[in-house]
Design a protein around this ligand. Structure first.
Ligand code: PMV
Length: 325
């Protein structure tokens, strides 16, 4: 029997226009489209092996055996792949991140993108980028955006195959950088999955959704034209609108810590002083500060002087998910 094993590598991504809220939980269909940039240097490596005499799926994440909800999300993708490849074998999945899990850097995005890629290759499937991104989406919406390379748009779609991601510009299109100010490495108390479920409880969510196509257009154009001023403005507004929805949900989701706000204020002050920088924040307290690659070091140095910033990770635009073994 052939060796049903493959190892893949995928990067997390940072959304400039955010996804928040789900219209179909079984398929993870989002209520709005989103746009992101892959983050090179930060990566998940995942090996999937379908094994003959194994009873059930097993998951090892960063050296620890995982069961329960984490394993269920892995099995969801494995089940889809098994059905498509017509195999019945259980799998052993071993996954490692080189960055902190669960702290606002989307480890689920790179994790499920790497899983979709490794599992489908191990099972002998040969799939297009769009189909792979739809599979990754099943267990984490943002994972759909970590399959294509560079700057990526995820189309919300209406069913499994119409909700997929596509590269709108390659990784070398624009020399941007992400300086990630880590203020808290703890696992966040309420993960994004629970957050998506209560997004409609905010009276602001419908207004956010209604205006999303406009923000997507502005962001897409800003990327294509490499217009930092336009990107900065729309990125910060979009992040603030999403956090407005989070804060006004029931229960209220307040992800910021005091240093988070300090960084937001500093970044807007630096921009007024002429430095090309902009912030965006996911479901956690850490702040992604986008700048030009030439300014990556000075921006990191400035961030490190802000009290409460423990560490600054840096990344440049990353490529697509790929098989490495
Ligand atoms: O894919 P999830 O369930 O981890 O949700 C991601 C949600 C945000 O990171 C807050 C926004 C986004 O578009 O990445």
């Amino acid at each position: 029997m052939q060796n049903l094993k493959a190892t893949s590598l995928a990067h997390p991504n940072i959304a400039f226009i955010k996804y928040w809220g789900i219209k179909d939980h079984e398929l993870t269909l989002p209520v709005n489209g989103s746009i992101s940039m892959n983050l090179a240097g930060l990566e998940t490596k995942t090996t999937v092996e379908f094994i003959d005499d194994q009873q059930k799926d097993e998951l090892q994440l960063n050296g620890k055996e995982i069961s329960g909800a984490g394993l269920d999300r892995v099995t969801k993708i494995l089940d889809f792949v098994r059905l498509a490849a017509k195999i019945k074998l259980a799998a052993k999945v071993v996954s490692e991140n080189n960055f902190p899990t669960g702290s606002g850097i989307a480890s689920s995005a790179s994790g499920f993108a790497a899983l979709a890629m490794a599992a489908s290759t191990a099972a002998g499937l040969s799939l297009e980028t769009a189909a792979l991104s739809s599979i990754a989406r099943l267990s984490s919406g943002s994972a759909s955006r970590s399959i294509p390379g560079g700057f990526v748009e995820w189309f919300q779609g209406e069913d499994h195959s119409s909700s997929y991601s596509k590269s709108i510009a390659p990784q070398d299109h624009w020399k941007l950088a992400d300086c990630i100010a880590i203020v808290n490495q703890e696992h966040k108390p309420i993960g994004s999955m629970a957050g998506h479920r209560i997004a409609t409880s905010s009276p602001l969510q419908s207004a956010r959704i209604q205006d999303t196509d406009r923000r997507l257009d502005i962001c897409r154009q800003a990327i294509l034209k490499k217009d930092f001023t336009a990107l900065a403005e729309i990125m910060e507004i979009d992040s603030n609108i999403m956090h407005g929805v989070m804060i006004s949900s029931s229960p209220s989701l307040f992800y910021w810590d005091p240093p988070t706000l300090e960084i937001m204020r500093s970044v807007t002050d630096w921009r007024k002083d002429g430095l090309a920088v902009a912030y965006t924040i996911d479901a956690g307290p850490n702040v992604h500060v986008i700048c030009n690659q030439d300014n990556m070091e000075p921006v990191s140095d400035r961030l490190k002087t802000i009290p409460g910033v423990n560490q600054v990770l840096t990344a440049i635009p990353g490529g697509p998910a790929k098989i490495i073994d």
